[in-house]
Design a binder for this molecule. Structure first.
Ligand code: SF4
Length: 735
């Protein structure tokens, strides 16, 4: 019979853990103070101190204390504050609170220590990304809100062996949980175990190493806390709101494996203080405190490695949706970005190697048979290893609520769905796709027919509200592919023409998107045919389809109602909707202006448009561009003042494609106002921009728009604009 711990034994055990946290915290604060003194002695108190690519200084100190740490002298404030959080000894009745305070001291001082190591070039460590940038946070934001990432696991330490390590991480991947791994026990890190087990790591596979020592877990914590500042609109220094945000909105937990020492305990104390529960395979006393973590469970014990992931998601309250797809390889969003390299490829289709296409079309209900999968031609068994073969995938769907408008939306999902299968790689779309099946997948029994199983299962699963029947025919012989391809190409062309013809005037209903309210509670995207959501993921048609699929979800129809201002894009119905959905925070919104009541920005915008007063124009910067801009701020700094669900006249978060819309800031003169954008963005949108420029009567506008190769400050920019006679210089004053 197993022994049940009494309350006093539990309390004693908890006090032992608390003692470990305090001891570790004292060591971390001491180490940080010593390193800071050394740095000040060697470099001077005015030396700059910063992490790369963030607008939040040292983010934990910024979020929790409101400090803007810029120099070594500023670091002294962090050490001083950390010291005030350390009790000399634990009291008997308040020891848990004292341990949590020690945890906070650990993460504040630990963060300072890492920043100092950056200054000395000791960070990032080899094979680990080090500080996780604001850009990464923004790009993950959309995956968290749309459910592709269901949670975040942080693994500290090591598993008993490489196989167990791989099994645990595979279990997390199958549940679409982003896993950040690091730390070590006795010099062995789970990073090495996963390498030994042959597991592919990287953001694409949802498995990201953060470092081999315990301190690097701070990168994860200061990443999580930045979500509060970036998406939650929470002001720096509002400790309670920041911690509440992480506890309630960031679905993270720590798996502590293989051993604990005082430093690890102290870092764990910091995680608990930030509202992140810990699940461990160690024989430690469980700690339950209401109000600290998402549920009352703070430190949870699960010594069976087969059950530890399930136990963790229960303790954190993560909802995981696993779709059963009848294929012989694991299937989840975590495999979406996995590559199949040439050495591990069994067979490939399309790309530059063979003819391939994928085409989805609507049929009448009685024309197709649900679940029928037909392979015309040979399957993988009769294909040679390393070969290329032709492939045509034709999906026919029928449904009472299905509409021809939804065809391209469903067709676009083929990319995502096929990539979810481990060992399958998919790129491109339509008649420009490229698919590979790995040797491992072939060995596991994967057949070409399984593409059909995936598509039938996932289209029913995610689009069941509009799709009643799905039939898939897969061709692997050239003759049939050549026969069907012209029909598919005609359909692609017709769709493009129809989409191009859609305008805001041609519809009486726009759609909302409030998916990001899980992060930015007052933000509302108004999605119109000529203005897509600012994350770039939701066009008007996407939002319309999403509404059909989930009528009570985040995409609701907005009846435009009476026009109040045609030029700025103001409608009575839109204002009423936005006021209601923003919890009365936003009273008026213009769809075509960035100066007067612009739309709010959440945080996962693809680009920022900002006024450049000296040029009487605007610049656009995409989040991938890390350099300086003519407004004197990098993307990360700009983004910190634009996001959080606020309206910020003069600044606008937008989706990339909106820049090429006829309605792009049309109230301010549209594309002709753009005076600067990064070269990469210019090139990516090149053809579309040229087309718009031609329509505007300035065919060489693209060449007149400056980029970083010409200017990164306002002075040089204006000089260039004058030289090329940019139209913005002679437009009405912007301000
Ligand atoms: S459309 Fe707007 S609210 Fe919806 S996911 Fe994208 S950014 Fe968020």
């Amino acid at each position: 019979m197993s022994k049940v711990a009494t309350q006093s034994e539990e309390s004693m055990g908890a006090k032992v853990v608390a003692g470990l946290i305090l001891q570790g915290a004292k060591k971390v604060v001491g180490a940080s103070e010593d390193y800071l003194k050394k740095a000040i002695k060697e470099k001077g108190a005015g030396e700059k101190l910063a992490f790369p690519e963030t607008a939040f200084y040292l983010p934990l100190a910024n979020a929790l204390l409101g400090f803007e740490t810029r120099t070594l002298a500023d670091g002294e404030k962090i050490v001083a504050t950390s010291k005030t959080l350390l009790a000399n000894e634990l009291s008997s009745d308040n020891f848990l609170k004292e341990a949590l305070n020690a945890g906070v001291a650990t993460i504040l001082s630990g963060e300072l220590l890492l920043a100092l190591k950056y200054m000395y070039g000791e960070e990032p460590q080899e094979g680990a990304p080090g500080f996780l940038s604001d850009t990464l946070l923004r790009s993950l934001g959309i995956q968290l809100v749309d459910g592709r990432i269901s949670g975040i696991a942080v693994i500290l330490g090591k598993a008993p062996d490489a196989k167990t390590a791989v099994d645990i991480v595979r279990d997390l991947q199958k549940r679409s949980i982003l896993t950040l791994i690091g730390d070590n026990v006795g010099g062995v890190s789970i990073i090495d175990q996963l390498k030994e087990g042959g597991l592919q790591m990287g953001l694409d596979s949802y498995v990201v190493p953060f470092g081999r020592d315990t301190a690097s877990v701070i990168y994860v914590l200061n990443f999580a806390i930045r979500a509060a500042l970036t998406f939650g609109g929470i002001k720096a220094g509002n400790t309670k709101a920041s911690v509440d945000y992480v506890r309630e909105r960031v679905p993270a937990f720590v798996l502590l494996l293989g051993g604990v020492d005082e430093i690890k305990a102290a870092a764990g104390g910091g995680a608990l203080a930030a509202g992140v529960p810990i699940i461990t395979d160690l024989d430690l006393p469980e700690i339950k405190v209401p109000g600290v973590c998402a549920h009352e469970e703070c430190l949870v014990k699960e010594m069976d490695h087969k059950k530890i992931v399930q136990r963790a998601i229960e303790a954190r309250g993560i909802k995981v949706k696993v779709t059963k797809v009848p294929i012989p390889v694991p299937f989840s969003a975590a495999f979406e970005g996995e590559r199949v390299r040439k050495e591990n490829m069994y067979v490939q289709f399309g790309g530059k190697y063979s003819t391939a296409f994928e085409y989805l079309k609507m049929k009448k209900m009685d024309e197709i048979e649900d679940g029928k999968i037909n392979l015309v031609g040979s399957d993988i068994d009769s294909m040679q290893e390393g070969s290329s073969a032709p492939l045509g995938i034709v999906i026919e769907v029928a449904g009472r609520k299905m509409a021809a408008d939804f065809e391209p939306i469903l067709e676009r999902q083929i990319h995502k769905f096929l990539n979810y299968a481990m060992g399958v790689f998919h790129m491109g779309q339509r008649d420009m796709n490229w698919i590979r099946i790995s040797k491992d997948a072939k060995k596991a029994g994967f057949k070409i027919k399984h593409f059909g199983d995936i598509l039938v299962a996932k289209l029913h699963d995610e689009y069941g509200a509009i799709v009643d029947k799905v039939q898939v025919t897969i061709y692997t012989n050239q003759k049939d592919i050549d026969r069907i391809l012209p029909e598919a190409r005609n359909a692609f062309e017709a769709r493009d023409k129809r989409l191009e013809g859609m305008t805001d005037e041609s519809v009486d209903t726009f759609y909302s998107c409030t998916l990001c309210q899980s992060f930015a509670p007052d933000h509302v995207c108004v999605v119109s045919p000529e203005r897509l959501g600012l994350c770039g993921a939701y066009s008007w048609l996407d939002a319309k389809a999403a509404h059909e699929i989930t009528p009570t979800g985040g995409n609701q129809p907005i009846k435009k109602g009476a026009v109040e201002d045609t030029g700025k894009g103001v409608w009575k119905g839109v204002n009423e909707f936005v006021k209601d959905s923003s919890h009365q925070k936003v009273e008026r919104v213009t769809i075509y202006s960035m100066m007067d009541s612009p739309m709010t920005s959440c945080g996962c915008f693809e680009c920022i448009v900002a006024v450049v007063p000296e040029a009487n124009g605007v610049m656009v910067v995409n989040r991938e561009y890390a350099g300086e801009t003519p407004v004197g701020m990098k993307f990360t700094t700009l983004a910190s003042s634009v996001g959080g669900g606020a309206q910020t006249p003069g600044f606008l978060g937008v989706g990339r494609l909106y820049i090429t819309s006829r309605k792009f800031i049309s109230a301010e003169g549209g594309l002709k106002r753009v005076v600067w954008m990064p070269k990469e963005l210019k090139e990516a949108l090149g053809e579309r921009l040229k087309k718009r420029a031609l329509e505007l009567g300035v065919p060489d506008l693209l060449e007149r728009i400056a980029d970083e190769t010409v200017a990164t400050d306002a002075g040089a920019l204006v000089e260039y604009l004058q030289k090329v006679n940019h139209p913005a210089l002679s437009m009405d004053p912007l301000m």
